[in-house]
Design a protein around this ligand. Structure first.
Ligand code: SAH
Ligand code: SF4
Ligand code: F3S
Length: 446
């Protein structure tokens, strides 16, 4: 029997990272695959791709070109392309990279072991980029982990169809995982020492699962309450949530569950109602502001991060200024910002885009300047305060222990004692924009 050694390269969001870790689990379990970080040792190469912004195809073929050389030397190597570019381009990938063996999508990677078996037997290219109904989760073996913080996907796909976005086309329709399966997976993780859980989905707060047996509807808020009852899970995070689905029921959960961190990523994209409407985001700035105010009423110290797109077709200087004002008025903490990138087949890609690239870059630069100032301000405020962190490990960069605060800052600290997996109090003694340095004070009582 062949010794299977798998190398996976992942691009894109946390969902893709999560999928790659599941691909590794499935391949280990079903094909007795060893996972390697050294490409030279591998005989199965998987590329898990992302197509959210431009140059995705170019990046893909560039990478495949390198792998082609490896395959020339060793024709036994199997090359698989998965993720959102695979889903978007499908068989067209073969036109430029005939040596690819398997093309699979974000909803079909559980079929990889079978596909690899077939490739070896019949030596024929295979493709499956379909969207079978939430099938893949049934194939996940129970995760083994040494981590103290873990991702878990609760909902797949997206139904929002924002006019600029490729995700609904590549990941398919929104499907919520059964809540019982989610709880089981989290319980399994917590039994292995996981203390912090990070719920994932393109739109976690549109989670809705109807249990046909007890005729109950489980919303995201209800799911959070159930998760919070798992005793050893002490912190709960989630990304990404959508303002349209940020219900009062969800806001009230911030009162009920102290385990929900004081940090919320709620992408707004633009500060202009006109642009929001062109983007088909389905909320106004007033509605967005109301959500933030309501959450802050319950949690006055919660920090808010957001995503922004600059240079959307038709964005005027005044629309852009509205975005900057929003950052300052709402006192946002962090942000991911991107220049608008036309995506194939999306409605926005057909809109007239009359802003030149230099202007777009200028706007991006300005926005990033303001948001970085904000992040810096919040980080500086933490200087000399005592913060609780969950110690996650030792950083390979500086050999110091590190952990995260509730508001997503990494804190490095020195210690002779290993506190990995423990919540500890640290005094912040130095502050950079995204990271902090601390001194151990005490172990928390939990
Ligand atoms: N589901 C999430 C975001 C998913 S994609 C939400 O709706 O908030 C992550 C981010 O990529 C988006 O928030 C957006 O800011 C950015 N993005 C998505 N499509 C883009 C495009 N065509 N051009 C530039 N940025 C884009
Ligand atoms: Fe894309 Fe909009 Fe769905 Fe987010 S909500 S994944 S931006 S379509
Ligand atoms: Fe990219 Fe697909 Fe995630 S397009 S951002 S990998 S959902």
């Amino acid at each position: 029997m062949l010794n299977n050694k798998l190398y996976i390269k992942t691009w894109g969001c946390q969902m893709n990272e999560y999928d790659s870790s599941k691909i590794a689990d499935i391949m280990e379990n079903k094909l007795n695959c060893k996972i390697t970080t050294s490409i030279k040792d591998a005989n199965i190469l998987i590329l898990n791709t992302c197509s959210i912004r431009e140059k995705a195809q170019e990046k893909l073929f560039h990478q495949l070109g390198r792998w082609k050389i490896l395959k020339k030397k060793n024709p036994e190597i199997i090359i698989g392309v998965g993720g959102c570019v695979a889903s978007q381009e499908g068989k067209k990938i073969l036109d430029r990279a005939y040596y690819v063996d398997i093309i699979f999508g974000p909803q079909t990677f559980h079929k990889l072991p079978k596909m690899i078996y077939k490739i070896r037997k019949f030596k024929k290219f295979l493709i499956d980029i379909s969207f079978p109904k939430i099938e893949k989760f049934k194939f996940f073996p129970l995760t083994k982990t040494k981590n103290v913080s873990s991702f878990i996907s609760i909902i797949e796909g997206c139904n929002k169809y924002c006019t600029y976005c490729i995700v609904p086309h590549t990941r398919g329709k929104e499907i919520s995982r059964p809540y019982k399966d989610i709880l089981l997976e989290i319980k399994n993780l917590s039994d292995q020492g996981v203390k912090e859980i990070h719920l994932l989905g393109q739109n976690v707060n549109s989670y809705k699962y109807i249990d046909k047996k007890n005729k109950k509807c489980y919303t995201f808020a209800k799911l959070l309450i159930l998760i919070s009852k798992i005793e050893n899970i002490k912190r709960i995070r989630f990304t990404t949530s959508h303002p349209k689905d940020f219900s009062d029921e969800l806001i009230n959960v911030y009162q009920k569950i102290p385990k929900l961190v004081n940090f919320l990523h709620l992408p707004v994209q633009s500060g202009s109602d006109r642009i929001l409407s062109l983007m088909k985001r389905r909320y106004s700035i007033l509605e967005y502001t109301k959500i933030i105010n309501k959450v802050r009423y319950i949690r006055p110290y919660i920090q808010i991060s957001s995503d922004f797109i600059v240079g959307f077709p038709g964005e005027t200087k005044s629309d852009f200024d509205d975005t900057i004002s929003l950052i300052l008025d709402l006192d946002l903490d962090m942000g991911f910002s991107f220049i608008y990138s036309p995506r194939p087949g999306t409605p926005a890609s057909k809109m007239k885009d009359n802003i030149n690239i230099l202007e777009k870059k200028k706007r991006l630069y300005l926005l990033q300047h303001y948001i970085t100032q904000q992040t810096k301000k919040f980080s500086l405020k933490m200087l000399n305060t005592i913060q609780i962190i969950l110690v996650e490990g030792i950083s390979p960069q500086n050999n110091k222990y590190f952990g995260k605060t509730e508001n997503n800052r990494i804190v490095y600290f020195m210690s002779k004692i290993n506190y990995i997996g423990k919540f500890i109090n640290v005094k912040i003694i130095d502050s950079y924009i995204y990271s902090l340095y601390g001194e151990f004070i005490s172990i928390c009582n939990n």
